[in-house]
Design a protein around this ligand. Structure first.
Ligand SMILES: NC(=O)C1=CN([C@@H]2O[C@H](COP(=O)(O)OP(=O)(O)OC[C@H]3O[C@@H](n4cnc5c(N)ncnc54)[C@H](O)[C@@H]3O)[C@@H](O)[C@H]2O)C=CC1
Ligand SMILES: O=C(OP(=O)(O)O)[C@H](O)COP(=O)(O)O
Length: 342
């Protein structure tokens, strides 16, 4: 089996998870990860055995005096890789495109960048085959990934006439002590639609969708309030069966008593998931309702730090790996991470 050499540019919330997920795959290896300054994450990258490269090589001494070995510059890291996963903060990734082009490397950006950065946006459940042969791709954001999975499922089953959805977004990631809100419900944005609908259309252009979003003072997971008008009369049992069969959508059963993101976090941690990560979308079974035949309603929780991680792995395989199907790649990614949707 040919090993795909992967570099992760930006070893933060998403980058460190992608690095671990890639390392677990039989057909991929991490050749380097990058940081800008010495930090706890930089220390851990070294402890995990990931060669650490730095954006500004003049800062090498700052790392080394803190006992963190530096393998070289980001430019050198890019040269060692077949493909780069760019997980730098939104807006920074666009500046790196030139570097990837210079060395003729494939690259994958994250949802904080615009679709135009790659001209192709990816979701494993929707357009895996289209990534084959692409030089550049962008994995859509965490919320959009969650929307893509469930809307594609409903569209395949009954056809989707239109979608109206509200994203209740977490205020900050758990480790992000500087962000808020601390005591507010913030309309984010106050204008309608939010970016999620147009973002979904970069993957599923035929879907009629309007999204709204607000931010609340929590750190673990977003919550979606989703309503779809179906083209054909819906069948709740069929939808539940399809969700059960979907490798990246979990079904939260009523008997568990789980009705909140807090209880989901406890569940993920009791399952022994690394970092309490929920790579699957979490649909609340009791919320799945068909009203007047063709209106489908549900709540789903989305772990913002995790769901895009498995998508990045599939995207790497589609672009740089041997010719396999979406289902085969998803199964291999998940199996290698001991991930079975709840
Ligand atoms: N955190 C989240 O919930 C999600 C984030 N995303 C997207 O993923 C991307 C990364 O976000 P996070 O991981 O949250 O950011 P982060 O801030 O946690 O991590 C970014 C990392 O990039 C490093 N970095 C900064 N400038 C750099 C440079 N010039 N060269 C190399 N490394 C550099 C930083 O040291 C940091 O480790 C963004 O596009 C974001 O929108 C997507 C889904 C969910
Ligand atoms: O990609 C995300 O959200 P999004 O799908 O709402 O754009 C992540 O949760 C990051 O969002 P942030 O821009 O609030 O850090």
């Amino acid at each position: 089996m040919v090993m795909i050499k992967v570099a992760v540019n930006g070893y933060g919330t998403i980058g460190k998870r992608v690095a671990d997920a890639v390392s677990a795959q039989p057909d991929m290896e991490i050749v380097g990860v990058s940081k800008t300054k010495p930090s706890a994450e930089a220390l851990i990258a070294g402890k995990k055995g990931y060669p650490l490269y730095i954006a500004d090589i003049s800062k090498k001494a700052d790392f080394e005096k803190n006992g963190i070995p530096v393998a070289g510059s980001v430019e050198e890291m890019v040269q060692t890789a077949d493909i780069v996963v760019d997980a730098t903060p939104g807006g920074i990734g666009a500046k790196n495109r030139q570097l990837y082009e210079k060395y003729g490397k494939m690259a994958i950006w994250q949802g904080g960048e615009d679709h135009d950065i790659a001209g192709f946006s990816f979701s494993s459940s929707c357009n895996f085959d289209e990534a084959k042969g692409k030089k550049f791709a962008r994995v859509v954001s965490c919320n959009t990934t969650g929307l893509c999975r469930i809307i594609k499922l409903a569209d395949d089953a009954f056809g989707v006439e239109k979608v109206r959805a509200t994203m209740v977004r977490r205020g900050a990631d758990p480790g992000d002590a500087k962000r808020g809100p601390v005591d507010a419900i913030v309309l984010n944005p106050v204008t309608i639609p939010s970016h999620h609908g147009p973002d979904l259309q970069t993957v599923l252009p035929e879907i009629n969708i309007v999204t709204t979003a607000l931010v609340v003072p929590t750190t673990f997971m977003h919550m979606h309030i989703l309503q779809m008008d179906l083209k054909e009369t819906g069948d709740r049992d069929k939808i539940l069966e399809m969700i059960k069969d979907h490798p990246r959508i979990g079904l939260i059963k009523g008997f568990t008593g789980i009705k909140s993101t807090a209880e989901l976090k406890e569940y993920a941690s009791d399952l022994g998931r690394p970092r309490s990560d929920l790579w699957e979308s979490c649909v609340f079974e009791d919320s799945v309702s068909i009203v007047e035949g063709k209106e489908l309603y549900l709540f789903q929780a989305i772990h913002q730090e995790a769901d895009v991680v498995v998508e990045n792995v599939d995207c790497i395989r589609a672009m740089a790996g041997e010719n396999i199907t979406a289902a085969e790649s998803i199964a291999l990614t998940d199996r290698s991470m001991n991930f079975e949707a709840i």
